[in-house]
Design a protein around this ligand. Structure first.
Ligand code: MTE
Ligand code: MO
Length: 383
């Protein structure tokens, strides 16, 4: 593979793998703004960053089980109504390093920053698919199409040099309220190469792996995508399954993200010299479920206090309120007394009252995905 034409990146990103380029910002960068700046947004790739330089001749095709295939230029897509959706994208491998410490898992190591919140601008996939003759809220086409597959132009070794691909159910893709986008902007700027220029899928509330970058084609298919990242990766297995007894076909590809949170103002081993400090971090859940509560403990889980939550500075955050961003994280804050020497813990509750598991052991899985265990850091008071 050719990595000689990678784009420039911010020097403070922590590089977890160079080729393919996988990097995350320092924890503190995530809590300095509700909307994550593009250069501080994690970058998750499986091959070299492709170059699409002739935008005039760029086309995305909509093909498969529909009456007539179509080819769309960027102009065609920009003619459709434009939506700005604030959505948090999170890699299913976020917090994998901590899971691997309990028992080794396979995959790129990530701390807590394989997550970011951006304003994605683009056309709704439901509108795009309608151009190809499929109505809104369709579960199945007359030709038997039930899934929408996104195929990229990048090349990854897991696909034997072929493109990255993934699918979502047709019913999800054609539901305007699911806010699935073909995005060409990120935070009001033209999408950059790292994040999918010129066009990517954004599937809010679902693990990042289904938001395919550098789109080449969109296929209406009968069965879910048979690609590597749908069938032999990004599936959640119980702790008893290991590489010698895994049967991939027994599990579904992971879609929704479970409730998650992390402290970003402290590293794993922190020292404070003041008596009081502010603990801050992010909390997010999948499927459009908002965050109901974030609990903080400064005594290893014996007692808890509730953190305050916010999204935009000018509006109060109320989960499920129309003024809140349903696909986006909340940032939380709590003023606490610094203990002499203790574990600080954060855990969140979503609007469906889902809670995070207490320990990583109970959710350990061989691919190291969905580590949503209580986030713990160690804090010591320096006299
Ligand atoms: N799309 C393509 N074409 N190739 C990829 O390697 N990685 C996926 C997804 N889309 C990937 C892709 C994964 S696993 C994640 S978590 C997100 O993109 C990361 O998006 P980002 O790099 O914009 O943060
Ligand atoms: Mo990912």
């Amino acid at each position: 593979s050719d990595y000689s034409q990678e784009p420039p990146r911010h020097p403070s990103l922590k590089i977890n793998s160079k080729e393919p380029f996988n990097s995350e910002p320092p924890r503190s960068a995530l809590v300095s703004s509700y909307v994550t700046p593009v250069d501080m947004f994690y970058k998750r790739n499986h091959g070299p960053i492709p170059i699409v330089d002739d935008i005039e001749s760029y086309r995305v095709s909509i093909t498969g089980l529909l009456p007539k295939s179509i080819m769309l230029s960027m102009d065609d897509i920009k003619k459709l109504p434009k939506y700005n959706v604030t959505a948090t994208l999170q890699c299913a491998g976020n917090r994998r390093t901590a899971m691997s410490k309990k028992r080794t898992v396979k995959g790129v190591g990530w701390d807590v920053s394989a997550i970011g919140n951006a304003i994605w601008g683009g056309a709704k996939l439901a509108d795009v698919i309608e151009l190809a003759g499929i109505c809104k809220n369709t579960t199945s086409t007359s030709l038997g199409g039930k899934h929408v597959e996104f195929v990229s132009v990048d090349m990854c070794k897991e696909e034997n040099g072929g493109p990255y691909k993934a699918s979502i159910p047709l019913r999800h893709a054609t539901n305007p309220e699911a806010d699935v986008l073909l995005a060409y902007e990120m935070n009001g700027e033209i999408l950059n190469r790292d994040h999918g220029y010129p066009l990517r899928g954004i599937v809010p509330g679902i693990i990042g792996a289904r938001s395919v970058k550098w789109l080449d084609s969109i296929n209406i298919i009968a069965e879910e995508c048979q690609g590597f990242f749908m069938q032999r990766d990004y599936k959640m297995f119980p702790p008893s399954v290991d590489w010698d007894n895994i049967i991939w076909s027994t599990r579904r590809p992971q879609m929704d993200f479970p409730v998650q949170c992390a402290i970003c103002s402290l590293e794993d081993e922190a020292i404070a010299s003041q008596d009081k400090i502010k603990i801050s971090g992010y909390a997010a859940s999948g499927g459009g479920r908002g965050i109901e509560r974030v609990d903080i403990s400064v005594d290893g889980g014996k007692t808890w206090l509730e953190a305050s939550r916010h999204q935009k500075r000018d509006a109060p955050y109320i989960a499920d309120d129309i003024n809140s961003d349903k696909w986006a994280w909340v940032l939380f804050e709590a003023q606490v007394d610094v203990p002499k020497n203790a574990e600080i813990i954060a855990k969140a509750v979503d609007t469906a009252a889902n809670v995070q598991p207490e320990t990583v052991e109970e959710i350990w899985n061989l691919r190291g995905i969905l580590n949503t265990s209580w986030h713990r850091v160690h804090l010591r008071h320096m006299l």
